[in-house]
Every structure is written in C-alpha cells, then in structure tokens.
Design a protein around this ligand. Structure first.
Ligand code: KE4
Length: 432
C-alpha cells in the first residue's frame, strides 16, 4: 500500500501551522503537492543530491530547488565563497565588481547576449524583456505557447504551464482582459499556427517568447526545424525572437539551448542556475536592443537587490564549476540512464509511458505519446503520476510534485543514486 510508511508527523505539524500563516501554507503554489495528494514534505537541510526532511527522512532529490542546484545542493565551493563575501556585507545598492564578473561570464557563454541586466527572479526577467520588446518595436502584442510558463506577470498568465497548469486554474483572475488580449497563443511545435497569427496581426506583434525546450508542461523538446522556423518567421515579420532560458540556461549546455541547437534569438532571459541558489534573474541580448534600457535608454526597469554581491558570488562560483570540462557529458550520461531506465521499467510493468532527457533535464508522461505540445501532455494519466510520485516519495525519491514539471539531475548524482532510484521505480511501478 503506497503512502503509509513514511514518518511525517513533524512535517504535518509544521505544514498545518503554515496554512494558517500563508495562503496554501506555501511561498509558491507548486510546492503544495495539490496535484499529487498528501501534504508537502517540510525540508530541514540539503546537501549534494540529497534532502532531509524535518522528520529525519532522506531523499534523493530530482527537483534541485527547481533547477538552481545543478552542481548539487550547498556545494562546498559555493558555500565557502559566500562566507567570504558575507564578510564584506550582504547588499550594497551600488555598483560592485562582482556584477562585471558575472556579466562577462554570461556574455561569453550565451550566444545572443551582448549586454545583460541582472534582476531578482525569472519573472522579473521575463516581464522586463517583454517591456523591452514593446519599447524596441513599438508593437504591443506577443506570441507565447500553450503550456509555457514565463513567470507570473499578468501578460504571461494566458494558457500558462507550471503551477497554473498543475492546479488546473482558468487563466488567473486579476489579469485585465485588456492585458490578456495582447497575448496571442499557439500550440508548441506548430509553425503553421504562428504563421497564421502573424498574418492575422500584421505589424502588431512585438515578438515571440518561448521555452526553447519546454519544462513547464512536463518535458517537451522542440521538433526538428521548429526553432529555426521561428527564427525565420520573426525575421520575416520584423518581430523579435526571445528564448526564455530561465530553466534551460546553463543546464542544457553552458551556452543553453541556443548554443546546443545553434539558433540565436534576439533576447534571452535567465534565472535559477545563474544565481546558484540565491535570487538572480537576468535578461540580455543584442546591444542595439539593450541600449534602450534605463539609464542608457528610456525603457525603465529597476531593483533594490539587483546585482547584490552575495547572489553574484553564488552565480559566479556555480558557473565556474559548470564550465569545467566534462560537466555536460556527465549530466547527459547520468540523466539518460535514469530516464531510459524509468521508461523501460514502466513499460515492463504494462504502463503506457514516454519521455526523455536533454542533458540534466528530463520528463516522463504516462501516455503512449509522442508528446509534441501541451494538448498531448494533458493526455497523460495524472492519477497514475500521482501514485508514482507518492510511491517514490515513500521509497525516498523526491520528484517534482506535478506531471506538468520537468525533473532535474545534478553533478552530485552518482550511478549508485540512479541504481537506487530505478530499484525504487521497479517496486512502485508494480503497485500503481
Ligand atoms: P521565477 O520567477 O520563479 O524565478 O521564474 C519564473 C520562470 C520563468 N521562466 C521559466 C521557463 C521558468 O521555468 C520559471 C519558473 N519555473 C518554476 C518551475 N517550473 C518555478 C517554481 C515555482 O514556481 O515555484
């Protein structure tokens, strides 16, 4: 029987109290386990590939704080660098050398980025880049894809993924129709639909923003030619192409999807990994576009804690670790073994299943597949996923608490961790 043996009394107690203090007892909806049942596990500490909850249970972690823990949680080099930085203060609110260092690393790594602005979250990066797209083109409409998530700013909460999809929310109340009407949507991997939107809205579309590999509808890679097709279509219509690489940046490759797939957008958003576990987001791209950002240009955007020395330090150290030779080959090898194993075990147990990985990002759907877009993803048996998630939790494996999320590995995950995860899956797949 799944979901009976885990000792979680302390988690239950703390979460019960949290629900009286914070909406849903969480600081972010997807953490609430709403779609996988049961109550969330309250973490006590994290290290490497592992997390420990307040009841002392240890788990192999495949969420990694939703991406930032790509070098493993609390990497000793990052912690050491933070201790040293702390001696000099936590926040300056003034220029500091560390911003130059991280900016140079991002510019050197990401093909589209000639200049960059640091902010404090992926949401901030995406909302700022949209304002910049509109400022640069003088156009108001944007195209996004169903199931893609670009943070919680109003204009992106239209057919969004991640927590919105997980909770099955209608597109959020509080978003004025005047705002939502400027957001056009198309199915992911459907160039024809994008072509039609451009024809129906001539000279009105500022640009197209997408997760170049979708993680917020579950894991959905681009079909061959899709990214190149978008690059061509946006050029043809004098619109901008924006890769939201908040999740994929420095995870799929050191230069992100745009380096791995050889398609260079006009603008890119980043987050998660570049903060190494501290709050950092960024947007960047062509110099002629970034020149519009205040105070160099008229497009306003600001932030009290943007570029703070602690977050810059964690980001710099994390990217130094990632740019070591062999890191992405290691992530690819360990993650491919994981997902190929999970799929084989699921099929051996008689379940329809599909999925895959690219570098340290993976996903599994309980459906025959293939999954090319959000509609396909919604055919997945979410009840079966719920049983799988709970069963794996019981076995000490911590997976993203939603079918509409991706999974993440790290440089700290070992072959033994993968073996243990596959052993657990053999037990659970036979029970759901
Ligand atoms: P944040 O504002 O959460 O830092 O970033 C928003 C964002 C933007 N773009 C992409 C592609 C993203 O994946 C995200 C955030 N991802 C979710 C997980 N799928 C964050 C987890 C959460 O919402 O708690």
């Amino acid at each position: 029987m799944i979901g009976t043996t885990l000792k979680t009394s302390k988690s239950e107690e703390i979460f019960a109290a949290a629900q009286k203090l914070m909406p849903g007892g969480v600081s972010s909806p997807v953490r609430a386990f709403r779609s996988v049942g049961g109550n969330p596990i309250v973490f006590d500490r994290v290290q490497g590939a592992y997390v420990w909850d307040v009841d002392g249970n240890q788990y192999i972690d495949y969420v990694g704080s939703w991406g930032p823990a790509i070098c493993g949680h609390s990497h000793p080099d990052v912690i050491k660098a933070l201790h040293e930085a702390l001696e000099k203060g936590t926040s300056f609110g003034a220029p500091c050398m560390l911003e130059n260092v991280l900016a140079e690393m991002v510019i050197d790594a990401v093909p589209s980025v000639e200049m960059v602005r640091f902010v404090n979250s992926g949401t901030e990066a995406c909302m700022s880049v949209l304002r910049l797209m509109r400022a640069f083109t003088g156009r108001e409409k944007l195209i996004k894809f169903e199931g893609c998530y670009h943070g919680h700013a109003d204009m992106f909460l239209v057919k969004a993924g991640s927590g919105v999809a997980t909770l099955g929310l209608p597109d959020s109340p509080g978003v004025p129709s005047s705002v939502a009407s400027n957001t056009l949507t198309a199915p992911f991997n459907n160039l024809e639909a994008v072509k039609i939107l451009f024809e129906e809205n001539p000279d009105q579309i500022a640009g197209v923003i997408l997760e170049p590999i979708v993680g917020n509808a579950g894991f959905i890679p681009p079909d061959a030619g899709f990214l190149a097709g978008l690059r061509e279509l946006t050029r043809e219509h004098k619109a901008l192409l924006v890769f939201d690489e908040v999740m994929t940046g420095f995870r799929i490759a050191y230069g992100g999807v745009q380096e791995k797939f050889g398609i260079t957008p006009d603008l890119t958003t980043l987050g998660k990994v570049i903060g190494g576990g501290l709050p950092v987001g960024a947007y960047g791209g062509r110099k002629d576009i970034m020149a519009m950002v205040a105070p160099a240009g008229p497009m306003y955007q600001a932030g009290t804690l943007s570029g703070n020395p602690l977050a810059m330090t964690a980001g710099i150290k994390t990217l130094e670790l990632l740019r070591q030779p062999g890191t992405y080959e290691q992530l690819e090898q360990i993650t491919k073994r994981l997902i190929d194993g999970l799929l084989q075990i699921a099929r051996d147990a008689g379940h329809a299943a599909c999925g895959g990985n690219i570098s340290g990002m993976f996903g599994l759907f309980f459906t025959e597949g293939p999954v090319h877009n959000f509609e396909d993803a919604k055919k997945s048996d979410v009840n079966k996923f719920k049983g799988f998630h709970r069963g794996m939790l019981e076995q000490g494996i911590y997976l993203a608490p939603s079918q509409f999320e991706a999974g993440f590995t790290s440089l700290a995950h070992t072959d033994a961790d993968i073996d243990r995860t596959l052993e657990a899956a053999r037990t659970v797949m036979g029970q759901i």
